[in-house]
Design a protein around this ligand. Sequence first.
Ligand SMILES: Cc1cc2nc3c(=O)[nH]c(=O)nc-3n(C[C@H](O)[C@H](O)[C@H](O)COP(=O)(O)O)c2cc1C
Length: 205
Amino acid sequence: MELKQSIEKRTSIRNFMDEPVPFNDLKEIVRRAGLAPSVNNSQPWKFYVITNKKVLSNLAGKVSEKIKELPSNKSIAAKNVKSQVEWFATFFENAPAVIAMAMEDYETILEKGVNLSHEEINKLRNFPDMQSAGAAIQNILLSAVDLGYGACWLSAPMMAKESLEKILEIEKPYHLIAFVAIGKAAKPKEPRSKKSLDEIFKLID
Ligand SMILES: Cc1cc2nc3c(=O)[nH]c(=O)nc-3n(C[C@H](O)[C@H](O)[C@H](O)COP(=O)(O)O)c2cc1C
């Protein structure tokens, strides 16, 4: 598929057909993720591809537990908010495959010459580690469309990050960043409407 078409067709898919994603497609998607730009070409990532239903259910269970533990406020909406968030944070358990992305801290050239911590430099540079992660995840989403799948980026499950890292055996210096759920879409879905070009484009000539 042409890149333009993949970009225009992409939309977040959260309901999937019960059909596995072939191993070679998953490998190809991760290969393309690894081609993304990263700060200092540090390629600070690892991708854990999960297709085991029990593991997915275990992960989702930990996320549900964590959401239930969050302190509720006294609003009438509180209960609904939690169940809504729970769905958006756990639907990945019904996906044929989930790619969990882990990152390690990168070392910048600056770090070697100035007396600032990694965290301070990261903040000064506007979180290039997260920006690198975003580039790789977008490659995953677009490659999924290109290969005939739907996908959805998830950060909500990261609320239970520590428990999820234990299950996936992600150890320091790596830490979990995001999930991407992948599979054939249960039904066709039109992309969501977006802001007009006029609203987002400003030329500084
Ligand atoms: C950083 C990031 C985190 C997201 N986390 C979640 C999530 O936890 N659960 C979810 O259902 N969707 C999540 N999404 C998907 C967004 O809700 C979705 O991209 C947005 O509503 C626009 O819809 P579209 O992707 O169909 O254009 C996330 C997207 C991004 C970029």
